[in-house]
Design a protein around this ligand. Sequence first.
Ligand SMILES: N[C@@H](CCC(=O)N[C@@H](CS)C(=O)NCC(=O)O)C(=O)O
Length: 225
Amino acid sequence: MAEENKVILHKTYASSYAMRVELARKIKGIQFECVDEDLSNKSPELLKYNPVHKKVPLLVHNGKPVSESLIILEYIDETWKTGPLILPQDPYERARVHFWANFIDQHLIPSTRKVWSTTGEEQEKAKEEIMEKLRILEEELKTTNHENDNLGLLQILLVTLFGSYKVYEEVLGMKILVPENTPLLYSCVTSLNKLPLVKEVCPPHDKMVALLSVYRQKLLKSNTN
Ligand SMILES: N[C@@H](CCC(=O)N[C@@H](CS)C(=O)NCC(=O)O)C(=O)O
């Protein structure tokens, strides 16, 4: 890789935020060097280059850091003009995509966290909250002329968040993404899951079950302390 175009991605194996960047990199065909972070012992580079949040993903392009996955995706789209566009060019369409990306990050993901950290009635309530937010997203999908196998920003967010929905079913013992509630979203995620690029980025089912089972136990334990 030429020194003037050195790209390093700090990530962890199962971070869905990092998977967003991995997918963008594949879409654009960019050569990256990857650094796998241990979040209990973060690298000096991660602490130096992302001092505010100290989180992955972190992209370092020719020594210049870019953090926060949505910002990284936009940076990639603007910097590597070759390959398909991740964000629409039209200002209005772009604004809409930003709106729904923020909805996913600020409303949907916090609700999914609740379902992972609770049990019983509380978990059922959290599940209902997610289903309601998914129905809102479904309404948006109805208004857009989307193609299921087009990997734009929203598709990247949806497949990295819900592509492992069968893992969630196994670990949580409940179904969240179902065609009866949100048929378009369900068919969008299942079609995206079949794409070779997506398959390359998503960790295998059994490994995800093992990792997310540990994650759930940790969350439940920290909730009872
Ligand atoms: N808003 C951030 C969220 C990234 C995030 O939450 N990363 C987690 C891993 S999935 C992390 O690095 N956590 C480390 C920590 O909280 O110390 C983004 O979109 O990039």
